[in-house]
Design a protein around this ligand. Sequence first.
Ligand code: SAM
Ligand code: 2KA
Ligand code: SF4
Ligand code: MG
Length: 239
Amino acid sequence: MKPTPVLEIFGPTIQGEGMVIGRKTMFVRTGGCDYRCSWCDSAFTWDGSQKAVAMSAEAIYEKLKEAGGRSFNHVTISGGNPAMHPGLGELVALLQEQGIETAIETQGSIWNDWVKEIDEVTVSPKPPSSLMKTDWSRLDYYMEELRPRKEKEVSLKVVVFDESDLNYAMEVHERYPAVTMYLQVGNDDTVTPQVEKLRDHLLAKYEWLTEKVLQEERLNGVRVLPQLHTLLWGNKQGV
Ligand SMILES: C[S@@+](CC[C@H](N)C(=O)[O-])C[C@H]1O[C@@H](n2cnc3c(N)ncnc32)[C@H](O)[C@@H]1O
Ligand SMILES: Nc1nc2[nH]cc(C(=O)O)c2c(=O)[nH]1
Ligand code: SF4
Ligand SMILES: [Mg+2]
């Protein structure tokens, strides 16, 4: 039994991003990240402002039931970078035994074998605006490990703030042409409490990103999405 640092457990809510968008799900958010993205909307997982609690797989499952009752059959594991934590393999196995489906959000920088057992894997490499540098050989390894997956799904999701992010997204799409690719609107104001203002601002950015994709031949196969939970609830934590 390897305990995992857990920052928050919440839900049911809807998955607001990417390949599982709109699905009712619970969230387990782990502490710690090997990246420091300039615009990270979950910086509290790694900047020391909030404290994680070390939990066993059983304790996490109990908390999920406490929060979600019988109103869930899907759990999303996010962070921070959840793939840093070997103990989550036990949680994934436990949830599977209970007939609960799982999804993960990770940037594709650290491999752990239990990632293969997840039903829906979102790999989200980081564009230039994040100020992080992609280790392409690590990402290649990730995508190779996830390639032959029966009844399991994998997608790529790149957050886009500007033209150079868009170029990066094209590079990713062309490197892994067989993998479904999502472009996500970047939220450049992760602190405002004004939901209405943020909503209008993010919808304008969604329009900009959509127009760009519509004009770009190299992005013919991608899907463009906003963060639905941010449109609904703004920058609130735990939704
Ligand atoms: C908080 S991260 C945690 C999982 C993992 N570390 C990762 O980045 O994939 C979850 C998702 O939120 C995205 N994200 C983080 N900050 C964002 C922002 N300001 N605007 C839009 N998406 C953001 C990330 O790119 C990632 O796809
Ligand atoms: N509703 C909701 N959907 C999400 N999709 C990805 C999230 C994340 O922070 O990983 C997230 C989140 O924090 N909330
Ligand atoms: S990789 Fe994910 S959690 Fe880590 S800093 Fe970047 S967006 Fe935040
Ligand atoms: Mg989030």
